[in-house]
Design a protein around this ligand. Structure first.
Ligand code: ZN
Length: 324
């Protein structure tokens, strides 16, 4: 079952204002996540998920400023909204002047709003395929956060529910939280955890799914891995992504000594996204490789290899470029 995602964060305590904004958002094919608590809104305001972070000035000017400032520091588009001309005028004199709007102008502003990452490059469709919940977060969570911040459309595919490593429902919930954080689509497939190699029908399931997505870039398990499900997932993914122009294979904690990366992505602030994504798999926290300490150590190890700070490392399965 694909999971619906939300692309707009709204902090608002004012019910009347909220209804006006919700209706405007729906008219523009956006989906809203509402926060009424300023602390929660501040925390979520930096998530890569959002195409837009909005705050109602009627919920308190200082509260709105706190939420929007966090989002702007992250480089996310923001809008302060009010139905009070006085509040709009007051805010338009400050540092959020460019993004303060009266509710009656909301439709026009939403129409004209530039896409997140506009000017950077054309958006890409990205798919990341893992055998279990937590695999793509461990393997390429930082890169996926960078794709999300660039405005790319990210889809996560998890081939099993991870039932051998804990409660299935809990693990699915954790995968959904990670997808939500990224603003990604999530497809949970139903192969049996631990028996992926025997699941022949999964070839066509995965292939149909990837063909429907038409990704520009795919991230898949490496063949140089000692977990049998990961090796099987690599082979399934290799077939399913054979028409995808660019395919990278990510490292897992179970990688073999043969893992030999030649593509490195420096993460910058998305190293923190990676830690948060891995941390969402609370049911797996007793495994040493899930600790903040080991996750960061791995990022620093790859970064050091190319003389940077935190990085993720990939084997290049195939890379096609149309411009140099
Ligand atoms: Zn795994």
């Amino acid at each position: 079952m694909p999971v619906a995602r939300t692309d707009t964060l709204l902090f608002s305590k004012d019910v009347g204002q909220r209804v006006i904004i919700e209706e405007a958002i729906a008219r523009h094919d956006r989906s809203l996540h509402l926060e009424t608590d300023v602390g929660n809104a501040e925390d979520k305001a930096t998530w890569p998920a959002w195409q837009l972070v909005m705050a109602g000035l009627d919920s308190g000017v200082d509260n709105a400023r706190r939420v929007l400032t966090r989002a702007r520091q992250r480089g996310l588009p923001t809008l302060a909204v009010s139905s009070s001309p006085a509040l709009v005028a007051h805010f338009q004199e400050g540092d959020l002047a460019q993004s303060t709007v009266h509710t009656r102008d909301l439709d026009r502003v939403l129409t004209e709003l530039p896409r997140k990452g506009a000017g950077h490059r054309a958006p890409r469709r990205v798919v990341a395929i893992g055998a279990h919940p937590d695999d793509v977060e461990l393997g390429c969570g930082g890169v996926l956060a960078r794709h999300a911040m660039a405005g790319d459309e990210v889809t996560l595919v998890c081939l099993t529910d991870g039932g051998k490593g804990g409660s299935s429902s809990r693990r699915i919930d954790e995968a959904q939280r990670a997808a939500w954080y990224l603003g990604a689509h999530l497809h949970m497939l139903d192969a049996r955890d631990g028996q992926l190699a025997q699941d022949r029908h999964m070839y066509s399931r995965l292939q149909d799914l990837v063909c429907g997505i038409q990704p520009d870039v795919a991230y898949i398990h490496s063949l140089n891995d000692m977990h049998p499900d990961h090796v099987a997932a690599h082979q399934l993914s290799l077939v399913a992504t054979r028409y995808v122009p660019t395919v990278f294979a990510y490292a897992a904690p179970s990688m073999s000594t043969a893992f030999s990366p030649s593509h490195f992505v420096v993460l910058g602030e998305s190293a923190e996204d990676k830690l948060r994504l891995v941390g969402m798999h609370v049911s797996q926290r007793d495994k040493a490789y899930m600790s903040d300490h080991q996750v960061r150590a791995t990022l620093l190890r790859w970064g050091a290899q190319v003389r940077f700070e935190e990085a993720e490392a990939f084997e290049v399965v195939r890379q096609v470029v149309q411009t140099v």
